[in-house]
Ligand binder design. Structure first.
Ligand SMILES: NC(=O)c1ccc[n+]([C@@H]2O[C@H](COP(=O)([O-])OP(=O)(O)OC[C@H]3O[C@@H](n4cnc5c(N)ncnc54)[C@H](OP(=O)(O)O)[C@@H]3O)[C@@H](O)[C@H]2O)c1
Length: 220
């Protein structure tokens, strides 16, 4: 079993913590307010979960999920993450995060901004195009009918392989969308960014399961 550090334990990070704990992984939960605010969640997740600081989650995680608003990226502890594979769920939401001219100009992506802040940690973008409620419910065992593929993007092949193996344990196939910059193909507002939303009901409707072939079409 893997130890998953989680920096940012809100809607997406908290959902991933639950999926990881259910899959038998150890989890280290952290946020901006400190471990005290996460003890109840850690207790709910069982013996293999603990609340900690972002620095501890970074140092002690085999894989570390960064799931904070983009505007907080400078506070992600780069020194403690050195050498760690980082999974970024981070998107640019201008209303929440403010302007990022490089992203708006198409020169970089939210994951690219985080990667520039973490030059010694391979960043893999994942779980960033699925609504947290759908992430909680669409997972299926390997080989089950209707199992979803989720896109991942990153520049380091070994890091992507580790993230794909994690996705498999959480109930999802990984679809390799290419280098980190290719995460633009599943950023918010793109067809790939809405991949699991039922167009008829959007966020209120149950998630729409999507095969790798259907996802590939949306990303093309
Ligand atoms: N919501 C979705 O369905 C969804 C789907 C895909 C991708 N995303 C992306 O995933 C990221 C997280 O979204 P979310 O909806 O889960 O947000 P959220 O519910 O607001 O949670 C954000 C988390 O980040 C923590 N945080 C903020 N600043 C931090 C810092 N400096 N250090 C450590 N932790 C910090 C917050 O801690 P405190 O509460 O203690 O401040 C909170 O735990 C965003 O970039 C979002 O665009 C969201």
């Amino acid at each position: 079993m893997t130890t998953i550090g989680i920096i940012g334990c809100g809607k997406i990070g908290g959902t991933l913590a639950r999926l990881a704990a259910d899959a038998g992984h150890h989890t280290i939960l952290s946020n901006s307010r400190g471990p005290g605010s996460l003890r109840e969640l850690a207790a709910q997740l069982g013996d293999r979960a603990r609340a900690a600081t972002p620095e501890e989650a970074a140092r002690d995680g085999d894989l570390v999920v960064v799931s904070v608003p983009l505007k907080a990226y400078r506070q992600v502890p780069a020194a403690d993450l050195r050498g760690r594979v980082v999974i970024s769920t981070v998107n640019h939401n201008p209303g929440r995060d403010g302007a990022f001219p490089g992203i708006e100009a198409g020169e970089t992506t939210a994951a690219g901004v985080l990667q520039a802040h973490l030059p010694e940690s391979p960043v893999v973008q994942a779980f960033s195009n699925i609504f947290f409620k759908h992430l909680a419910t669409l997972g299926r065992p390997a080989g089950a009918p209707g199992r979803c593929a989720l896109p991942i993007a990153g520049d380091d092949a070994a890091a992507k392989a580790r993230v794909a193996a994690l996705l498999d344990t959480l109930g999802y196939d990984a679809y390799d969308a290419g280098a980190l910059g290719e995460s633009r193909r599943f950023a918010p507002g793109t067809p790939g960014g809405n991949a699991y939303l039922d167009p008829e009901g959007m966020f209120a409707a149950p998630g729409r399961p999507l095969s790798a072939a259907a996802l590939a079409e949306l990303l093309a």
